[in-house]
Design a protein around this ligand. Structure first.
Ligand SMILES: [Zn+2]
Ligand SMILES: [Zn+2]
Ligand SMILES: [Zn+2]
Length: 760
């Protein structure tokens, strides 16, 4: 019998052809295997019926660990024509007929490679970019499909005889590993000084580690871009870094030398340990340990710290000459710009900021930031889904009617392509406020289409008329001759939750900072009904509207929000004047705020949950200025850890609105009586209980069994836990995001889902 087999999924760059080769030979089959231009693998086998049956079973059951098989299409073919003498790996073909396969994400160095790197008798001893068929960069080095060396940035390096012999050897684990390299033929590392001059040293990587330990700031080129590395024990370099990056408070991620080192300064649950050591190697937000001894400048005012483990040989080697438990490893990017990936760009943009550059001479085809997540118990919550995960698709329970591209909103953006029953989410793109990021968004979108061999029927974007992404959507729709669908922000969050769990309908509690409402208002604390038909989406309830004094100024300085709410019930003059030192223009500004309130001159109002948390944060003296997205609310959560509900205010629901004025006033009045921790906890409790109650009431009224929680506030564990227990006690199901970020990093997914399933 002779059979043609097409395998779709993640089957290129994961050792699939070598595996097929070995399996075919084992089963005495002749024929060939090859990669195709649509990221699929094509196989022809010729042999006995029983042998072919066993081959097909092995193909599914014994596939390589990183491979994902979506579909196996078999077609019997005539045994005439070409005669196969044995089984071969053929040259790849450009043929592309199927959509929906993709190449894998970057994979952390595997244990076997790490062992070889540490073995003085191994030819790759000390080689910082040691990889094999099971590990190494993929997504960040691929310029085109099929995944062959000449389509990657490894094509700049000619394999030496030794590497070639392993590459050609069917029983070697580097058989057809496209990233194979060694000290003789592969990428080299070198150290440059602040002016880009070469620093002569025998061991540039370990020398860089020593310099970091001593207090230098070093730009380190990795797989998907540049990091900025610094000591975690010394304050001086961190002060310097914060001043130069204009980043006063935003937490820095750190890379620890080992799991044991992590445990010396942070609490690590068994679930967190599993994620930290996974081959995706994300940054995990961990609670600081009792004896936390790293610099307070790493994550000021927060109870947690973002930690990752090394994921390349280079990272491991950085720690070899030093005793430091960890180094700061923050993405190198100018404010609101994508992570830096090119050497000349790094030298230009980081000049004056870093003392040295640790470079290597392999080009980065596509940038990719580190992923960030935290665990609520055993459930992962993505803050950012990027390296290690992108572009692996999220599988949907249903097949979409049309293929759709979602472009996200404005902050923390990603792109998402929905094709059939898969959603391909791009790497982290960032805040699309300037040209560089917008260009990155467009290229990442087109790359997803190219890698998956897909076209789009509809481009989805936000409802906000002035977002750059809205304009990009209309331009792309013209380019592709397809339609545009504008999806309301909180509808998109809700659609994301529906799709992720394969639900038909849901009542979603959707809480974040800001989303353009159907009425043009500033929404952000919403109860939304959603179903698979986007036309049925409906806003059922929301938080009380509160004044946003000065619009964006209020978002930046939460005292303004607090003043607007408090003014309705209490005399705030004394408090406001006392706190005027926390306003950029001091007393004068405080007086201006007061006179505006007296005149009733407040035009902008918001139902945002984030703004209520911000107001509480300012009243309790936790945070007076938002220097990064979500800062006042994040610090409020940190302040509330282990707190109690002392206010005991029952949720005040009027109609379908949860009131927020009284709880804010209660916090204000409770300041003299209760601890900051208990008050911080009380506002969490009130909002969580109140929103959950409102959602349960509405779910019963509408006969819906499932309630979900989405939006950026769903990263907050205290609120999520309280909601969960109340909703589950009510006999309803509670859903949160596990595969995509609840914040705006998951927005493009929801938009694309709404568009792909729309009836039009
Ligand atoms: Zn390996
Ligand atoms: Zn070599
Ligand atoms: Zn949002």
């Amino acid at each position: 019998m002779r059979l043609k087999i097409i395998v779709s999924g993640i089957v290129q760059g994961v050792g699939f052809r070598p595996f097929i080769y070995r399996t075919a030979v084992k089963n005495r089959l002749k024929g060939y295997v090859r990669n195709r231009g649509d990221s699929c693998v094509e196989i022809v086998v010729d042999g006995g019926d029983e042998d072919i049956k066993r081959f097909l079973r092995d193909l599914i059951e014994k596939k390589p660990p990183l491979a994902r098989i979506y579909e196996v299409i078999t077609t019997p073919i005539e045994s005439t024509g070409e005669n196969y003498e044995d089984f071969k790996i053929y040259r790849s073909s450009d043929e592309a007929e199927l959509s929906g396969s993709v190449i894998p994400p970057d994979i952390a160095i595997c244990d076997e490679c790490l062992m070889e790197m540490r073995d003085p008798s191994n030819p790759r001893y000390d080689y910082f970019f040691i990889t094999c068929v099971n590990c190494g960069p993929r997504y960040t080095i691929i310029e085109d499909v099929p995944y062959d060396r000449e389509n990657t940035t490894m094509r700049d390096f000619q394999m030496c005889g030794f590497c070639k012999s392993e590459y050609m050897d069917p029983i070697n684990r580097r058989f057809h590993a496209q990233t194979v390299a060694c000290p003789r033929c592969g990428p080299r590392a070198y150290l440059l000084d602040a002016n880009g001059g070469i620093v002569e040293c025998r061991d540039p990587i370990r020398e860089a580690g020593r310099l970091i330990s001593e207090g230098c700031i070093i730009a380190v080129k990795g797989y998907g871009g540049f990091h900025i590395a610094a000591s975690t024990l010394l304050d001086e370099p961190l002060k310097r870094l914060r001043a130069a990056k204009h980043r006063r408070q935003k937490p820095f991620a750190i890379m620890a030398r080992s799991l044991e080192a992590v445990k010396s300064f942070a609490k690590v649950s068994s679930w967190e340990e599993k994620v930290l050591t996974s081959y995706e190697r994300p940054i995990v937000l961990l609670e600081k340990g009792e004896n936390y001894y790293l610099s307070e400048l790493i994550s000021p005012g927060l109870h947690n710290v973002g930690v990752m483990l090394p994921y390349t040989g280079l990272h491991y080697m950085l720690f070899d000459w030093v005793k430091d438990p960890a180094f700061v490893m923050t993405s190198a990017n100018p404010p609101n710009q994508p992570i830096i990936k090119d050497d000349d760009e790094a030298l230009r943009k980081l000049r004056g900021l870093v003392d040295y550059f640790l470079m290597h001479n392999r080009r980065i085809a596509h940038r990719c930031d580190d992923s960030v997540l935290r665990l609520h118990g055993y459930k992962p919550v993505f803050i950012r889904r990027s390296r290690g995960y992108a572009p692996e698709p999220i599988r949907l329970r249903l097949k979409a009617r049309s293929s759709a591209l979602g472009l996200g909103g404005e902050k923390n953006n990603t792109a998402c392509l929905v094709v059939g029953d898969k959603a391909f989410l791009s790497q982290h793109i960032g805040d699309v406020e300037n040209l560089e990021t917008l260009v990155f968004l467009e290229s990442a979108s087109k790359r997803l289409m190219r890698l998956t061999n897909s076209n789009v029927d509809v481009v989805a974007c936000d409802l906000h008329p002035k977002f750059a992404t809205t304009m990009l959507a209309s331009r792309l729709s013209e380019e592709y001759g397809c339609r545009v669908l504008q999806v309301q922000h909180h509808y998109a969050h809700t659609a994301a939750l529906l799709a992720e769990h394969g639900l038909n309908e849901i009542i979603a509690i959707c809480c974040d900072g800001y989303g353009y409402g159907l009425d043009g208002g500033a929404w952000g604390g919403e109860i939304i009904f959603g179903s698979l038909n986007p036309l049925e989406f409906k806003r059922l309830g929301h938080l009380e509207e509160q004044p946003l004094l000065g619009g964006d100024m209020a978002t930046r300085y939460p005292i303004r929000v607090a003043a607007g709410i408090l003014y309705k019930r209490v005399d705030i003059e004394e408090w406001l004047m006392e706190n005027s030192i926390n306003l950029p223009h001091g007393l004068r500004e405080a007086q201006l705020i007061l006179s505006k309130l007296k005149r009733g001159d407040v035009r902008i109002k918001t139902t945002s949950c984030g703004r209520v948390l911000d107001a509480a944060s300012a009243i309790l003296g936790v945070c007076y200025e938002r220097t990064y997205e979500g800062e006042p609310a994040m610090k409020l959560e940190s302040a509330a850890i282990n707190g109690r509900n002392v206010i005991e205010l029952e949720p005040q629901i009027r109609g379908t609105t949860l009131e927020t004025t009284n709880i804010i006033v209660s916090l204000f009045e409770g300041r003299k009586v209760y601890s900051r921790r208990d008050l911080a906890y009380s506002i969490h409790y009130y909002l969580a209980r109140g929103l959950a109650k409102l959602a349960v009431d509405l779910a019963i009224e509408y006969g819906v069994k499932s309630i979900g929680f989405t939006g950026g506030v769903a990263c907050n564990q205290i609120i999520t836990d309280i909601m969960r227990s109340f909703i589950e006690e009510s006999g309803l199901n509670f859903f949160v995001h596990e595969a995509v970020p609840p914040g705006d990093g998951g927005l493009s997914f929801g938009q694309a889902i709404a568009a792909a399933f729309s009836q039009d």
